[in-house]
Every structure is written in structure tokens, then in C-alpha cells.
Design a protein around this ligand. Sequence first.
Ligand code: UD1
Length: 363
Amino acid sequence: MKLTLIAGARPNFIKIAPVINALNYAKSNGHKIEFRLVHTGQHYDNTMSETFFKELNIPEPDINLGCGSGTQAEQTAAIMIAFEKELIANPTDLVVVVGDVTSTMACSIVAKKLNTKVAHIEAGIRSYDLTMPEEINRMVTDCLADYFFTTTKWAGKNLNAMGVNDNRIFFVGNVMIDTLLSNRNRFKKPALWDELNLEENSYVLITLHRPANVDEGNKLRSYINEILTNVHRLPVIFPIHPRTAKIFSDLGISEPNLKITAPLSYLEFNYLVERAKAVVTDSGGITEETTVMGVPCFTLRDNTERPETIEVGTNELIGTNPSAIKPALEKLFAGQWKKGNIPELWDGKSADRIVGHLIKIFN
Ligand code: UD1
């Protein structure tokens, strides 16, 4: 079995790491597997890419396509042009894509046009919000993929509704949680913990990067002000994504209890998540991680492609009106936040299941 694995942006690195470990484990057990790791270069800063490879022991990519930033079309086109050359030079049995970033979609299109099979890990999730580039990436990828590895049964139902037969859908659980559970005892205290005298359960952590939330400065300012005025003076830690940093620096917001930092490494960020009083975010992956660690999570979006984090986990959709933040924080400080449970098969063994299925399919 010969595979090409695609990783392009920060959340991809976290998802591909356990798949590589599971492939290497199968190889060490005598299975004939070859794989090539392709980094598209969508994320390229040290803090957005390299640190994840180091911390999660991901091998050096066999090639970095160096595609970098651009508009949605520029980025998609750059990845397609570069990946087409790569795939023609290095044909494979299967291209494995993860998640919903631009690299996921662009490489799926290229693979199918070169008559190469595609497996999509984290297939079938839907926000039904086509204003999000990720939703378009999910829809296109799932229209093209041959094999679908899902995190929930609901995702499988979405694929059925598109006409995908159950024999191509494999409910395996969540590879992002594989990484979380296998690294939980390695989480690393960031330097700011001691600098700010942080204490467990006594600070709030924010991450915001969706264009709808951060591309308009006034909206971002209202969110931050609402959070700061309703956290009872607790420290608020904001590791800032490059997209957000560009806009944030123009706002000139500076409050004694607000700590802005560069993006943190995986192990440092999750050290903070695990001990936070709450996390305020617009990320999808972080709602999964807070669910597994039982940390209250506020999502500043109007919809989610991960409803299980709300129905089963600790996440709540707060919406995108900044005035909704105050009542939500009041609920938190009144000790009334739900406790939550862990979704089915989010047990740290998803990548092993995926590799088990691939071996059956390709051998
Ligand atoms: C991408 C994903 C999103 C994911 C997020 C995690 C898509 C459509 N979106 O969004 O699903 O949650 O990554 O981070 O693929 N930039 C840097 N350095 C970097 C990377 C980006 O400065 O290493 C800047 C770019 O110049 C650009 C902005 O950040 O201005 C956005 O980067 P981009 O890759 O387009 O999308 P993200 O917002 O990171």
C-alpha cells in the first residue's frame, strides 16, 4: 500500500500525527506500507507549523510545496499547481486528506483529476454555512472522496444524504483526540504562567481567527471589551493568530488583565486549556479538545459543524452578537455551566482503526 498524506495548516498537523504513528506501527508489524508526507506550506510561520512538527514528533515532510498565503482562489490554485506536479512525479494508491482547510480541498481535486483515490479523515461534518470557506472545502472534498473516516454517526448520516453508501463510510472516532490523549501527560507550562502568576481555574483563554469575527476591527473590539468587563478581573490570555494579529494591533486595546501572546505551541496551549476556567473561541477543533478535557467552552459563532460538542460536551454556541457574552459569563461564574461527557469512540484509538481499515481495503 502506497499512500500520500497531505498536511497544510496548523490543525492538519495535529490530525496527521497519530495517522503517521499508526502507519509506522503497522509497518513494524510486517505490513507493507509506504507513505509520503506532503506539506503544502499553507501555514509557514515557525509558530504555526514547525513547532507542531517538533512537539508531535512528526517526521520532516518529504516535500514542502511552499504555497503560502493569498486569497482563497490564489491559495487553492497555488496548491493545485504544485501538488499536481508532485503527484505526477510520485504516483500513489491513495491520497489521504484531513479536516477542512484549503489544502484538503485543493489536493482532493488534483488527486481525483489524476484518477487517484482519496480518503478523507473527518469527513461528513457540516455547518451548512457556505459563508465559511471551510464548509465549501468539506463539501467539495466529500463529493470527490472514495473513503470516508468519520468522527460521529451524524457525519455518516450527512454523507448518506449525499448518496454515499455505508460501505465507504467508516465511523472511527476523532484523530485530533488521539493526539490530545497521547500527549496529555506531556503538556508544558508556558513561560507566561509564572510571569502572570496564573492559577488553575482562575483565567480565561481566548482564540479568535475566523474572518467573520476578526476581519472587522469594531466587532473584535466589542468581543474583547465584553469579555474583559465580565470576567471579574481574572486574567484573560489571548494567543493571537497571525490573521487576528494584523487587525488587533490597529485597535490599540491595552488592559492590565489582558495578555496577548504569539500563537503558543500545541503542548503549551493545551496546558492552558486544561486548567482554564473557560475558553472563548471560534475554532472547531478547540471545542472538541475542551469537550474531552471537560472545560467550559463558549463558541462565538452562529453555527457549528460539531454539534456533538454541544449535545454531549461542554461547548455552547454563544452566537456572534457581543451582547450574548455577558449572560454566558454570568452563568459560568454562577457555577451553572454543564459538565458534559465524551462522544462515542473519542478514545485515542481512531488512527489505529483508520489504518486497520486501509490495510483491509488495499491488501
Ligand atoms: C486556516 C484554515 C482554518 C483553520 C486555521 C487554523 C482554511 C480556509 N482555513 O485559516 O480552517 O482553522 O487555518 O489556523 O484553510 N498567516 C501567517 N502565517 C502563517 C499562516 C498564515 O502569517 O503561518 C497569515 C496569512 O498571511 C493570512 C492569514 O494568516 O493573512 C490567514 O491564513 P490562511 O491560511 O489563509 O487561513 P487561516 O485563517 O489560518
